[in-house]
Design a protein around this ligand. Structure first.
Ligand code: DOR
Length: 444
């Protein structure tokens, strides 16, 4: 029997703007916007005073399963997603084993079907010699290349190998852009350092710009769709002007909100790759988002345990958790007048869904999946380590009071999070990718 839920009187963020209306869910899909007032519903929710958004699509997370589950796992990570209004994630291949074959990809999808409370997809990772796997990979948003190394041992730095990957594959490509040679030379220069701010001198502006320029050149020469992950400098965004139509780019909350002046306060909790840069870079990334040079906000959620993070630099690992706070961080910015709710929905929901050719995701429209998040823009709440659902149970935003929080999250029509808790019986589904759509620019 069809189950119908009607969300009444919400301020709904539609593709055409914000409207006070009702949304009817039938089983897993949005059946109608502004349904007839007599339409029957099994459940009616009065959402007066609240905003209804498409669920957040986070296209860059590290959920550590299989192999690194002392840091994070699919169960904890997707409970955290549900609380944060993230209804779909795309996960990176630097797990153990690395996701570099169809077999490893299928195994992750099998684990995810059993454990994930939200919808899921997994990238296939590039190595210098798996181009055959990359060329035939199925059930994936695309190919991830570590052009510079980060956590784990994935790295493709060799020019010939990079040329082959861009020449012989058709899936969209995305990359971690920090130049390996620059990072190695800087590491030698700062050999023996235990001064954390040196992390930003080792993984410096030059490292980011050189690698991004190199990747853009590959994309342009091979006419290959390409997405720049976690852009960290204002200078990289200057490079995007001449690539409109072919490439898309992304910024992460930590690069938008933290700068090198924050190391003193937060220490290795904000040690990340690419490294945190200057306050001017934060401002440049914001400007690039507003100018449309960066289209996507994603978290790069990359948890390590508190104990691991407390080791002295450089033993302290790079990465921080963010899926449960990324939307509140941005809603707080809406409240502060820095951006609009429509912009947030574009950057966090619609744009990433389109970059990766997701079927029926990222919008509130009839026929789309009922992945929805109801938010209270007036609710003020502090981020606290011990309230985090992510397995590592810490946040670099601990102690900050944010205004604007999810109060309820639906994944394919089922409530996964409501004030008071997570429904652990809920399961997400594998995201379908229709790469013939041609990505962000083709669907404008
Ligand atoms: O700081 C980072 N940590 N950056 C990455 O790109 C990878 C991530 C991780 O997996 O820990």
């Amino acid at each position: 029997m069809t189950h119908r839920t009607c969300i009444r009187n919400a301020r709904v963020v539609l593709p055409t703007g914000i409207e006070s209306t009702s949304v009817l869910i039938e089983d897993e899909q949005i059946a109608a916007i502004d349904p007839a007032s007599h339409s029957r519903a099994d459940e009616t929710i009065d959402a007066s005073g609240l905003y209804l958004l498409p669920g957040v699509v986070d296209d860059q997370v590290h959920f550590r399963e299989p192999g690194l589950t002392h840091k994070e796992d699919l169960e904890h990570a997707t409970r955290a997603c549900a609380k944060g209004g993230v209804t779909t994630f795309l996960e990176m291949p630097n797990t153990k084993p690395n996701t570099i074959t169809q077999t490893a990809l299928d195994e992750k999808l099998r684990l995810a079907a059993a454990k994930c409370r939200v919808n899921y997809g997994f990238y296939i990772g590039a190595t210098p010699d798996n181009v055959g796997e990359l060329a035939t990979a199925q059930r994936t948003p695309g190919i991830k290349i570590f052009i510079g190394s980060s956590t784990g041992n994935l790295l493709v730095d060799d020019q010939q190998a990079l040329e082959r990957i861009f020449a012989e594959t058709t899936l969209p490509i995305t990359a971690h852009c920090e130049d390996e040679s620059t990072v190695r030379a800087n590491t030698a220069r700062y050999e023996g350092t235990s001064d954390l701010p040196d992390h930003s001198r080792i993984r410096d502006h030059e490292a980011a710009i050189v690698a991004t320029r190199r990747a853009l050149s590959l994309a342009k020469r091979h006419r290959h769709r390409f997405h720049v992950l976690h852009c960290s400098t204002a200078a990289e965004t200057e490079l995007f002007h001449e690539h409109e139509g072919l490439i898309t780019a992304e910024a992460c909350p930590h690069h938008l909100f933290f700068h090198t002046g924050d190391y003193e306060r937060l220490g290795s909790l904000i040690q990340m790759n690419p490294a945190i840069k200057s306050a001017a870079d934060c401002a440049g990334l914001w400007q690039a988002l507003k100018d449309g040079l960066i289209q996507v906000i994603a978290t790069d959620h990359a948890p390590h345990t508190w104990e691991e993070k407390q080791q002295p630099y450089p033993q302290s690992p790079s990465g921080l958790p963010a899926v449960e706070n990324s939307l509140p961080l941005m809603l707080n910015q809406v409240n502060q007048g820095r951006c609009t709710l429509e912009q947030v929905v574009h950057w966090m929901c619609d744009a990433p869904a389109r970059v990766w050719d997701m079927v029926d995701k990222g919008r509130i429209a009839a026929g789309y999946d009922a992945d929805l998040v109801l938010v209270d823009l007036d609710l003020r709440r502090a981020v606290k380590h011990d309230e985090q659902l992510t397995k590592c149970r810490w946040s670099p935003w601990h102690g900050e009071t944010l205004q604007g929080w999810p109060v309820r999250t639906w994944v394919r029509g089922q409530t996964v999070y409501a004030e008071g808790g997570i429904d652990d019986s809920a399961r997400g589904a594998e995201v379908k990718f229709d790469h013939a759509r041609g990505g962000y620019w083709a669907t404008l």
